[in-house]
Design a protein around this ligand. Structure first.
Ligand code: MG
Length: 256
């Protein structure tokens, strides 16, 4: 079901967006060689407690999950790209680390993700991260009243294709509101002019992610972490965006 938010409700979603942005800003500054993924989860958990927010992940237990997620953050390193379950692992020089964080403040959810490199940067890792960022920007620029969801998908897919990446359509963006995952699905490639026509008040997470040399995933034995089929590295960029008469509003925008 597609739910539309009133202008007052979109205003009420801003604190959640700001909180999620603040947590990611903090995590971005903490990611470094030698830092443990569990430390990143602890930092996010502490910020949740201090803010009186609620984690969207800790009790998350969809039908495909063997058990509740149990952590507040997704940490996906190198060939892991989505849904990474934090575990005891110290970040190494050159690691590509994606963090995806969703939390609820005052009953409203925001969801955002970023990817950073710890230490020495491989130019191909820089390129794939930059491509997901550019694809996210391109997708957001199409998140306008009267456009179709397919316009967002096509804009994302075009940026990825221009850089020579192939896009997986199994996991993509989604509606965001009182819960983390709602309709519509926002695929990371598609056809212009197709799909739901966007109206003011639609709030969606847009989240391009890519793998260097494949578009196939497999699930790690931990039951959650999604890894590339060929061991190649990935990247992920995500924002929660409100469609308004004045254009797209990025609720999870980090200050620069
Ligand atoms: Mg997310």
């Amino acid at each position: 079901m597609i739910e539309l938010r009133t202008p007052a409700e979109i205003e009420a979603m801003r604190p959640a967006g700001r909180f999620v942005a603040d947590v990611l800003t903090r995590l971005e500054s903490e990611i470094a060689v030698g830092v443990d993924l569990l430390d990143l989860d602890r930092i996010a958990h502490q910020m949740i407690r201090e803010r009186g927010a609620e984690s969207c992940y800790i009790d998350y237990h969809p039908s495909f999950g063997a058990m509740p997620f149990g952590k507040v953050l997704c940490t996906s390193v190198n060939d892991a790209v989505l849904h990474g379950l934090p575990h005891a692992y110290k970040i190494k020089d050159g690691d590509v680390v994606s963090v995806d964080f969703a939390a609820s403040v005052d009953g409203w959810v925001a969801d955002s993700a970023l990817t950073v490199i710890a230490g020495t940067k491989d130019p191909e890792d820089v390129r794939i991260i930059e491509t997901t960022r550019k694809a996210l920007e391109a997708g957001i620029s199409e998140a306008k009243v009267g456009n179709k969801i397919g316009d967002i998908s096509a804009a994302i897919g075009d940026v990825c294709a221009a850089e020579g990446y192939s896009v997986n359509l199994d996991f993509g963006g989604h509606g965001v509101g009182r819960t983390m995952h709602g309709d519509p699905h926002v695929a990371n490639d598609g056809r212009r002019g197709r799909g739901l026509k966007m109206k003011a008040g639609l709030v969606i997470a847009i989240e391009p992610w890519l793998l260097r040399t494949t578009d196939e995933l497999y699930t790690d034995p931990d039951g959650w972490t999604l890894r590339s089929a060929d061991g190649s590295r990935g990247a992920h960029s995500e924002h929660t965006v409100a469609i308004t008469p004045d254009g797209p509003v990025i609720l999870t925008q980090r200050s620069v």
